[in-house]
Design a protein around this ligand. Structure first.
Ligand code: WTA
Length: 646
């Protein structure tokens, strides 16, 4: 098979921070002498008290323990703000583009510093102190970044909940980490539509312990109910506090944030990241993978509710003193040219988005792209799911005018930052491959027995040793941390992804091998959707699988067994889709629902998902062995009534 390779352009090799020789030398050193390598790299950060210990990590069964720079102290907000004031005080830190194209704001480092201090003082006035958990449920407005940095400044642990999640999902996350404060806005604005965030927060708080306070940012001016003694307006409180707030001295291993993410089983897990290692990894990858230069305008289109927004809208860019563009809206509002217009308007040089957006915009044709210049662009990035070579080529040819390298960055909420990714001055690009490991990252591919395979092969992706940005635990449940990531293969971190490695040592992520599906780049646990479905009074049982979807990557396919006496109908299908939407949030809405009188089960009662996946893929000719089923006849009915017919 002929493989397309885009060689590193010579001007990139000459001017980038990392060329191929530097990559190879640094990579070798990072795995042969991690202490020496990371001791040097840690100089990227300003430490209050320098560390003496570098790496102290164990993947040993029963003793999963990850510590980096453990005796050093620092403050994340001081690293993202204070240290830039002398040289970059008037540089734009956050360039905000509103949902409405006529609205934008530029906030300099000096202004952001003052506002974060003010915000931190508001948090203190509300009784928040070091170690307390604060839930943030905000739209994409600068105050979201300010709230994060204000928490970091005083040592509070933030937990951001994506604004698209339902009141129930919000309540679960507030309760799990026992947040004492929820920061929200009156309403969000996306694609011209209002999102009732305060109203959702009010509903959520009817399902929590009830001792939480609420800080409300005014975004739209929409009418909201304020509960005296519980709810406070940010603008009112901010007017009463000073804009001076000294940063708290934090240990490198003090928690910075919790971010809930979906797994194979049960409720979302609170992924915990700490201070020193996380910030170093975010800053270093942001500089080297995106080859950041002083005058770049960097735009990551993610929402701060996801890890990509944490690491590459806020912490990485601001730690590096970069200008980070923050976009409130959506790619197709008011038109499909919006992304490209924003790039022209703000002279964006580095653009980082998700394959699902690229595929959707590709469907709209080249016209909207070609109506803009995009002359400022020099580098493109992709994240969130495998990018198919057709979308890669379109992104490269049409969006980047054959001029801009693409960094296809593979990583996870758990990893804190990029783990496998090209670097534009070093890596010849193969469309669809995340290519080579970042510094300090030792990937391996294991077979079903957990044996590490060499050379070209395909299997499950594991990481053999710790890196500074990795998660430290599942909040409040260290056993679940070990169980989820370290029990499948001993002494290795299991990613949950399948992967192929080619003869040139390039890694090709093939997608999740567990019961996590990736819908438009958003992680969704099939178990979560199933438990939402069975919570409906008409449903007796449900099984959910992913199936290939042209735009979303994967769609959600739900098999539903109804209670006796409940009749299947299109109206009920709609109702169930709406129900899941309400229970979890719009991103969890099933695309296809099949009413199934019975599900394929083994004699011990285990649902055979392999069969359900095949039928959902419309590949029922290859069901494999079904002789172990308790009732093989159910399969015929499932095939006859399948909902995805190619
Ligand atoms: C998938 C998002 C292929 C993968 C940063 C991973 C990718 C999951 C890529 C994590 C990529 C992310 N190529 N697959 N470049 N980036 N993934 O936690 O399956 O929301 O395990 O983190 O997304 O999703 P999460």
């Amino acid at each position: 098979m002929h493989e397309i390779i885009h060689a590193v352009p010579s001007e990139w090799a000459a001017s980038a921070h990392v060329d191929i020789n530097t990559y190879q030398d640094m990579y070798r050193r990072s795995v042969e002498d991690p202490d020496g390598f990371w001791r040097e790299q840690a100089a990227r950060l300003d430490w209050i008290k320098p560390f003496t210990k570098v790496k102290n990590t164990s993947f040993a069964p029963g003793n999963i323990d990850i510590r980096w720079f453990e005796d050093g102290t620092l403050n994340v907000a001081a690293n993202c703000l204070d240290r830039h004031l002398a040289t970059r005080g008037d540089k734009v830190a956050i360039l905000w583009e509103g949902d409405d194209p006529s609205e934008s704001r530029s906030i300099t480092y000096r202004e952001l510093h003052a506002e974060v201090c003010r915000f931190a003082n508001v948090l203190k006035a509300l009784g928040v102190s070091k170690g307390d958990r604060v839930t943030i449920y905000l739209p994409m407005i600068p105050e979201a970044a300010m709230a994060m940095l204000a928490c970091a400044r005083i040592g509070a642990i933030h937990s951001i909940v994506f604004g698209g999640f339902s009141p129930d999902s919000l309540a679960g996350r507030i309760g799990d980490c026992r947040s004492t404060l929820v920061i929200t806005a009156d309403e969000g604005l996306r694609g011209g539509k209002k999102v009732p965030l305060k109203h959702n927060t009010d509903s959520a708080l009817t399902k929590t312990i009830g001792d939480e306070k609420v800080l409300v940012i005014r975004r739209t001016g929409g009418e909201v109910a304020m509960h005296a003694g519980r709810d406070f307006w940010y603008h009112e409180m901010a007017a009463t506090v000073s804009d001076a707030c000294p940063p708290e001295e934090m240990s490198a291993e003090d928690p910075l944030f919790i971010l809930y993410t979906s797994g194979s089983t049960g409720r979302p897990k609170g992924v915990l990241h700490t201070t020193g290692g996380y910030l170093l990894h975010a800053a270093m990858t942001h500089e080297l993978v995106f080859d950041l230069k002083e005058n770049d305008i960097f735009w990551c289109t993610a929402d701060v509710g996801w890890v990509t927004g944490h690491s590459y809208i806020v912490y990485g860019p601001l730690a590096n003193g970069a200008t980070s563009l923050m976009f409130e809206g959506v790619p197709n509002y008011p038109t499909n040219a919006r992304f490209w217009q924003v790039i022209d308007k703000h002279k964006v040089t580095i653009f980082y988005t998700a394959p699902t957006a690229i595929r959707a915009l590709m469907q709209a044709g080249d016209g909207p792209v070609k109506s803009t210049s995009r002359a400022s662009l020099r580098l493109l990035g992709s994240v969130g799911e495998p990018i198919n070579p057709e979308a890669w080529e379109w992104y490269y040819r049409v969006v980047g005018d054959n001029r801009c390298p693409i960094v296809d960055t593979w990583w996870q909420t758990e990893t804190g930052g990029h783990l496998i990714t090209p670097m534009p001055g070093a890596t010849p690009l193969k469309p669809g491959s995340a290519s080579w490991p970042f510094f300090g990252v030792q990937p391996a591919i294991v077979d079903a027995e957990g044996q590490i395979m060499e050379g070209a092969c395909e299997g499950n992706l594991v990481i053999l040793d710790a890196w500074p940005g990795m998660m430290r635990t599942v909040y409040g449940d260290h056993e679940r941390f070990e169980q989820t990531y370290f029990s499948a293969y001993k002494n290795m971190y299991f990613t949950g992804d399948g992967c192929r490695r080619d003869a040139d040592g390039y890694y090709w992520i093939t997608g999740r091998v567990d019961d996590v599906i990736n819908v438009s780049g958003h992680r969704m646990g099939t178990a979560e959707v199933e438990s939402a479905l069975v919570a409906h009074s008409g449903v007796s049982e449900a099984a959910v699988v992913g199936y290939p979807h042209d735009i979303k990557g994967q769609g959600i396919y739900a098999y539903v067994t109804l209670m006796a006496g409940v009749a299947p109908s299109d109206a009920l299908r709609k109702e169930l889709a709406g129900w899941v939407r309400k229970e979890i949030g719009p991103i969890a809405t099933p695309d296809l629902i099949q009413f199934a009188p019975g599900l394929p089960k083994t004699r011990s009662g285990k649902i055979m998902r392999r069969i359900l996946r095949k039928i959902a893929e419309d590949e029922f000719g290859a069901l494999g062995d079904i002789s172990t089923l308790a009732d093989p006849a159910v399969v015929e009915d499932l095939i006859a009534n399948r909902q995805n017919r190619k």
